[in-house]
Design a protein around this ligand. Sequence first.
Ligand code: AAT
Length: 281
Amino acid sequence: MYAGEAHSLEVEEILYEGKSDYQEVLVFQSSSYGKVLVLDGIVQLTEKDECAYQEMIAHLPLCSIPSPKAVLVVGGGDGGVLREISRHTSVETIDICEIDKMVIDVSATYLHSMHNSRYRLIMTSLIQTAVEFLQRTPAGKYDAIIVDSSDPVGPALELVEKPFFETIARALRPGGVLCNMAESMWLHTHLIEDMISICRETFKGSVHYAWASVPTYPSGVIGFVLCSTEGPGVDFLNPVNPIEEVDGAGNHKRELRFYNSEMHRAAFALPNFLKREVSLL
Ligand code: AAT
């Protein structure tokens, strides 16, 4: 994908190969990263390192506001983000807006990640896109919106454009939060700059960039843009809603593998080159 570099994973066995209306879907057993989900030739998750991406994209926003109740996920058909949101006992409703049913079905069969999640599924399509769904959503409905989408080529292209961010800001309550997958600081500084600049215009609360290490994503890191709407202030850098490891009945939940409050704070530390190149940071 990127001139002059490549990343390889050894394939032990192909478990599923198909073509949906939107993309090519592949699941294989790798020799070192467990099962791998690939869409249009791009790795979306591996069993070994999915925790870093899914835990951070869910808990960075949800641990930054007190008692989140209504959450929307755009993309995320593999179910990992749903699993993470479900850990928050305050959450009452999770809606998910995914374009491709094949991703949901294949993940449920081969990755078992949909287990223990409670959610309402809204299928988007090129006829009813995420933008159209959000336009019909009552203003102020959600406490948090998580955009767990693929790279902005093919079906996910509309998810980096201004109208999408405007409909998100409208669907969030005052002081509500957005966490949006925002690519690699090594490979996509211009895209990050564009996203931050659109978000600065659209979200009147705060706008921040955070990142985490994910070895199987291009260049080994992935970033997130975090925004809040005008209203009760949100201090993303100091989480107010730490996620408990023990539920109300005193039982230990399945442990978080990556996220904790220290990782949360550290995720907002940015290297100098990024601050310089993305002048808005
Ligand atoms: N949680 C795994 C990581 C992902 S999954 C991206 C999901 O977004 C896929 O299920 C895909 O079908 C869905 N998607 C793509 N476009 C749209 C759209 N327009 N509306 C709704 N869902 C969509 C992301 C990995 C990031 C990889 C970084 N290189």
